[in-house]
Design a protein around this ligand. Structure first.
Ligand code: ZN
Length: 271
């Protein structure tokens, strides 16, 4: 989207009004997450997504979407393990099965299954072909249905400025699902293999994953056919840099949409 288009969208009063009412509805529909009394006290703040309250009163459902098996694990493995340690449910939604050249779908799916077991999550596939992502009306609708059927509280997806077409595709599809949901869930972006894949990423949120680093590493190395030595070393440099930025040894970083109805990362806030 260029600047002109963005300005046009911002200045469309009909769109603004519709979004305001959608945000309010989305916030109200989450009363079960935050508790009715809190919602009654702070509905406006919730609608703006600026409320720092902790959605800990029930189990959350989180989807982490990625272009290929391995992307969610490399970008968010530490955070995923922290969510599942707290009893929240996480689904890894892969755009395709990752089969390519000598790497069969059977091998890649088995690796993803092992990675998911390490992180106490489960795999889900969007049925596209590796390297041949399609983003059109039919696929927007199908992907939206798949996501909404899971009734997620939050979706994490890849950043749209990325060298890989499949990564850009999953980002577009996830953003559209968020729009289809009328922003009923929170949307976040994550980074992978910065410089090679993710570009121009400027985080808004950080999760310290020192306590779950070994499981993230094991989940990434479960993708044994994908030269994990090389890619984990690169991702670990990113994690250490994000740790420097946020004051810990290793962190995963995210871009949180300002319009989110709430912030699921607040479950990690220190008491
Ligand atoms: Zn990928």
């Amino acid at each position: 989207m260029n600047l002109d288009q963005e300005d046009t969208q911002k200045n469309d009063p009909a769109d603004s009004e519709a979004q305001m009412s959608i945000s309010r509805r989305a916030a109200l529909s989450r009363a079960g997450v935050f508790g009715a009394s809190l919602m009654a006290a702070r509905p406006a703040a919730m609608a703006e997504g600026s409320d720092g309250s902790r959605p800990t009163t029930r189990k959350l459902k989180i989807i982490v979407a990625g272009g290929h098996p391995g992307d969610p694990e490399y970008g968010c493995g530490g955070t995923i393990a922290r969510f599942t340690d707290l009893g929240h449910e996480v689904v890894l939604l892969y755009l395709n099965e990752g089969d390519w050249m000598e790497n069969s779908a059977e091998t890649r799916v088995a690796e993803a299954k092992a990675a998911c077991e390490i992180l106490k999550t489960r795999p889900l596939y969007a049925g596209q072909r590796n390297g041949h992502a399609i983003v059109d009306e039919t696929h927007y609708e199908a992907f939206g249905k798949l996501v909404l059927a899971e009734k997620p509280d939050a979706v994490f997806t890849q950043w749209p400025v990325d060298s890989h077409r499949d990564h850009r595709a999953i980002s577009m599809l996830a953003f559209d699902a968020w729009r289809q949901s009328k922003r009923a869930f929170a949307l976040y972006y994550y980074e992978v293999s910065n410089g090679e894949d993710t570009l121009q990423f400027s985080p808004t949120s950080y999760v310290n994953f020192e306590t779950t680093e070994s499981r993230k590493r094991a989940a990434c190395f479960a993708h044994a056919s994908q030269t994990p030595d090389r890619y984990y070393a690169l991702q670990d440099q990113v994690a250490k840099f994000r740790g420097l930025e946020s004051g810990c040894a290793r962190a995963e970083a995210f871009v949180r949409m300002a319009q989110n109805p709430f912030d699921v990362l607040s479950v990690f806030a220190k008491a």
